[in-house]
Design a protein around this ligand. Structure first.
Ligand code: AMP
Length: 216
């Protein structure tokens, strides 16, 4: 089954996807992570992507489509994907439908995490990503501890777009470009709304229950 985890920046999509991928043997596809990989290469494309991300805007649909087609065409991932932070606008949602059809796959459901703005800001400002193992933590809500994370604390880093100024434009972009996708999936009867305000385990239990109930 392919699942889309939908929600504003800082909703907890990454944290929940990491756990779902592990428990349901899915592959987490975060377009944000794939773009950050390109930035690390310091290629021309990577530099362009960095300046867009730091402004809180969306990277071009063409760039994203190429990344997604590479994944959907790979048999290893066949019908085992959890999309985290994709699609981000209506064109991407329509392009995804075309690719899903082309590679004979299916979207099983779209889970939308509803979270208040005040919580979003705190989650984003507290986020730390380990540059060694890729795991995500949060200074306020999920501090890294030895039991779950044995890399040196020096690897825990903040993302350059996780600052108060960029959060404002990321939220504007979300409201203007990403939010309209919800109706698109609602009309296809694929949408499940989940209260994303509780703690990580509470939210996880709601999401995993929905996934277990899917008839796939
Ligand atoms: P994220 O890691 O999902 O918070 O994404 C970080 C940034 O990467 C976003 O603010 C966008 O600039 C860019 N980005 C991530 N996914 C997409 C996408 N599907 N389409 C366009 N831009 C994206």
């Amino acid at each position: 089954m392919n699942i889309i985890l939908f929600g504003p920046p800082g909703a907890g999509k990454g944290t929940q996807s990491e756990a779902l991928a592990k428990d349901f043997s899915l592959f987490q596809i975060s377009t944000g992570d794939l773009l950050r990989e390109e930035i690390k290469k310091r290629s021309d494309l990577g530099n362009k992507i960095k300046s867009i991300i730091d402004k809180g805007m969306l990277v071009s649909d063409q760039t994203i489509n190429n990344l997604i087609e590479n994944i959907l065409s790979n048999k290893k991932f066949d019908n085992r994907l959890i999309f985290d932070g994709y699609p981000r606008n209506i064109n991407q949602a329509k392009d995804l439908d075309k690719l899903i059809k082309k590679y004979k796959q299916k979207i099983a459901s779209v889970l939308s995490l509803n979270v208040d703005k005040s919580v979003i800001t705190k989650r984003i400002l507290g986020r730390q990503v380990c540059s060694n193992c890729g795991l995500t933590f949060n200074e306020f809500f999920k501090p890294a501890n030895i039991k779950e994370h044995d890399c040196d604390p020096k690897f825990l880093q903040k993302r350059t777009d996780d600052n108060e100024k960029t959060i404002v434009s990321r939220l504007e972009t979300y409201t203007k470009e990403t939010l309209p996708i919800l109706n698109y999936y609602k009309n296809q009867n694929l949408l499940y709304e989940v209260d994303g305000m509780g703690d990580i385990d509470e939210i996880y239990s709601k999401i995993s229950q929905i996934i277990r109930s899917l008839d796939t």
